[in-house]
Design a protein around this ligand. Sequence first.
Ligand SMILES: Cc1ncc(COP(=O)(O)O)c(C=O)c1O
Length: 388
Amino acid sequence: MIKINKNLLNVQQVDNFEEVSKRVNEYKINNPNNKLLNLGVGDVSKPIIKEVIDEMNKAINELGNIDTFKGYGYFYGHSFLKKKIIDEYKCFTEEEIYISDGAKTDTTNILELFDKDSLACLFNPSYPVYRDALDIMGIKYEYIDANEFNDFRPLPNKKYDIVYICSPSNPLGIAYDKDYLTKWVKYALKNNCIILYDNVYDSFIRSSNVPKTIYEIEGSKKIAIEFRSYSKKASFTGVRCSYYIIPNELIIKDVNKYWKKRVMTKFNGSDYIAQRGALATYSDKSIIKINKNIDDYLTNARYIKEELEKLNYKVYGGFDSPYLWIKNKNNMSSWNFFDLFLNELNIIVIPGIVFGTNGDNYFRVSALANKSVIYEAIERIKSYEKEN
Ligand SMILES: Cc1ncc(COP(=O)(O)O)c(C=O)c1O
């Protein structure tokens, strides 16, 4: 009899997010006239800027002309985009850069680089996709606690082969500074551990002590693979374009020779139109517009933080990141707090438990929502707190 890959039975994230949707849908059916405000969703609320749309339109027209048509053959990405990425990092060669269709794809597919007997380390809480991808691959993992007691900056006390570090962090909303990341790089060098550095929120970094890339830390090219995406930076959540760097210096011998085989076997390259759109994000005009959009999200984050702190909520994150990690009041569990916000305030947040057991007393709010939605939500929370 045909047998299913039993590793798929462990995947939990879908169940958790389906539970959120189920509760929201039930609420909507029972209360069709109540307006729900969504502070949970990690999607952007601003459209793609005109400069990028114009470039994508040009690319579409080129595809309609046989002289400028582009087809197969660009498995690892187009040179025009890789050159911009090299300019930004001021190092690396095209061979070390892979253009792809999203950091979710990349941070999970990369596990195929490693032996199944590897031991991975995950922060608890963390982006749940890492855990599920490890489960699907059948790679074992252990958690290290990120909590208030260690300022959400855990360090390992044993040897791991792989660690996922997300900074600016989803869900914690914290961007890790140079000192903390240096400790991880030293650990990785000493223990032959590869850091999978998920840097998809890099465009939100404003603090000078927070590295824009892990490669600012000495020695990191030997042990770190960095992932970035145009999703949040340029509202590409629907367009799909990302990239990652595998340095030739990595401690895995001939790493790019082998990884190229993996890519060419399973991927025919990222969408040409999306890559042309990504190219347009590097023009001076685009940079100004994109930074303004990100600043608006950061202003939302600051506003949420300030207002909730006035109401005696304990709020973490919200600097250099669109996320806020907020402690539930009265020690309530995640799902109870989620229900309270849904039923009493008609506001959707993400229950912290979705990101790991250490999230059970927390909820995640996203500042990527529209300013008007955020202001209305804060007013609702203020009146609720006044009455209760
Ligand atoms: C930490 C983290 N990594 C990766 C992703 C996926 O990004 P992409 O849209 O590039 O697949 C997200 C999306 O929310 C994320 O929060």
